[in-house]
Design a protein around this ligand. Structure first.
Ligand code: MBD
Ligand code: FE
Length: 292
């Protein structure tokens, strides 16, 4: 039977006061909808793309002989996705990877990956050697140190480049989207030194689970798929006169690397940190930026 359970209303907190899918969904929608975006798409291009999209639906409906019951479940679920604020989550998980791939074909530098729904601009500026803002409970996790250099494609150092980094805590929550976390927890904008170098201390992130209490999670569960992303760091690296790169870094040997629900892993984006004498996991990663 195809029923997808109706999730809790966006403004109803979980009984135990813990953060909800609806909470982070609404926050992600609010963060995105704060802007109005434009694209220079001609009416002809819009018409061609839209006709092909609807032709795709036609073929699918015909091939699978979609029933009225199924059509109503779909309609209801799409309404739930909107009410739960989960359009950013749903689109970034199932669609963004193709957009990223098509749009990064012409670049030779460090590989990009999807931005996902939890980027926030203007995170606190931090010096080249820094520790990300974190709570004392975060600081109990294994320290993780990433260092390296930002260069152009010829290897010339990019001094004053910025590395914006954001990642989930050990429970899979992102600050700015889960109300119990302090602002800017595990986020920062790191400025490279005179040689383009940086050294960021943070904690080793855990795998991320799409919230199971929202419409995206309900759909994944109903289809019998798994809701996991491998542990990852999000980064946006920018320098004057360079094409900024949005990417993610993953951890060699970790779970879900070969079955990321968001299809956003690439072999070039794997880190293999090693413990140092102090028990910190340390890794080097260099970024090469294409010209603008
Ligand atoms: C994430 O943390 C993420 O990176 C993506 C792409 C989707 C949902 C949550
Ligand atoms: Fe993420």
């Amino acid at each position: 039977m195809t029923t997808i359970e109706r999730p809790a209303a966006p403004d109803s907190p979980a009984a135990d006061g813990s953060p909800t899918a609806a909470g982070s969904g609404s926050a992600a929608t609010a963060a995105f909808a704060g802007h109005r975006f434009t694209a220079d798409t001609s009416p002809e291009r819009l018409s061609a793309i839209a006709s092909e999209a609807f032709a795709g639906f036609s073929a699918l409906i015909d091939k699978h002989e979609i029933t009225y019951d199924e059509y109503r479940v779909l309609k209801q679920w799409l309404i739930d996705v909107g009410e739960g604020g989960e359009w950013p989550l749903l689109l970034d998980v199932f669609v963004e990877h193709d957009i990223e791939e098509v749009n990064s074909r012409k670049y030779q530098g460090t590989k990009g990956s999807i931005e996902g729904p939890y980027y926030l601009p203007d995170s606190p500026l931090l010096p080249a050697r820094c520790t990300l803002p974190m709570r004392s409970v975060d600081a109990r996790e294994t320290p993780f140190v990433m260092h390296g250099q930002v260069t152009d494609l010829d290897g010339s150092p990019m001094a004053g480049a910025t590395i914006e980094i954001w990642h989930a805590d050990a429970e899979g929550y992102y600050s700015g989207f889960a109300p119990h976390l302090p602002a800017w927890n595990l986020r920062g904008t790191v400025v490279t030194d005179g040689q383009g170098r940086y050294e960021i201390t943070t904690i080793q992130p855990a795998p991320y689970q799409i919230p199971t209490d929202g419409p995206t999670g309900k759909f994944i569960e109903t289809a019998g798929w798994h809701p996991w992303r491998p542990a990852h760091l999000h980064l946006r690296v920018s320098a004057k006169g360079r094409h900024p790169i949005v990417t993610q870094l993953y951890f060699a040997g970790g779970d879900w690397l070969d079955s990321d629900v968001a299809s956003a892993t690439k072999p070039e984006l794997l880190l293999d940190p090693k413990p140092d004498e102090d028990g910190r996991n340390v890794v080097q990663y260099d970024f090469a930026l294409d010209p603008e």
